[in-house]
Design a binder for this molecule. Sequence first.
Ligand code: PAF
Length: 271
Amino acid sequence: MLTASRRWRRDGKSIGLVPTMGALHAGHLSLVERARLENELVVVSVFVNPIQFGPNEDLERYPRDWNHDFKMLEAAEVDAVYRPSVMAMYPPEASTRVRVGGLTDTLEGAARPGHFEGVATVVTKLFAAVEPDRAYFGQKDAQQAAVVNRLSRDLDLGVEIRVVPTVREPDGLALSSRNVYLSAEERHAALAISAALREAAGAYASGERDQARLRARLAARLALEPLVKPEYAELVDPATFRKPGTLAVIAAKVGKTRLIDNHDLEKPFPG
Ligand code: PAF
């Protein structure tokens, strides 16, 4: 990978990187398509990053299916795949971690201690290995995209961060590699998350601006599904991830599966 991207750089070709943890789906392909439009070469990294998982999270059972991923990447005609081993990324002597301040104190940062440090560290390493001009992240992980944007600016990494809209199933469920964990019953219950965002967007479009009432709407819709246990359902500023704001963000457990989703109420909910 290093050799290829150095050669491409030398040849003056622009490189778009799509960082993934595999278990690829149409959401990832939309990142690849956008990268293809904006760059001469598209690189996808596939690496399940152990240091962004907490001790009680799903690292062991995180879906891994290289045959499936390979077929999707081949069909998408990406130019290269970077698929390092855990040992290559984190040899035993490696002791450096990258921490982004401020943005990481709330929501996912508060709920998953160490998560964003793991993300920032691996993204820094991926950028160093691939040397992309642009990197592509999904809006579903809105806070992650903001953290990576801050990282690239603060460390002068020179990588433009592009955020691509969330891809949803026709019934509204946001695509996520973790959806494969859901039973049929849980999948049905999980629709409460996108339904809550849709209802809050509808209320906002009808003129509702009261943060407490909009938050109550999110909570009330989620409460209709006993299988859904919200961790947070908030309205935050899309730049700072602090209250108040128009970005409705939800994290909820559905059975054992933790899902996140968000929607900026200033925009109509798709579909
Ligand atoms: O969003 C993901 O899949 C991961 O957090 C990322 C950005 C590939 C870093 O491991």
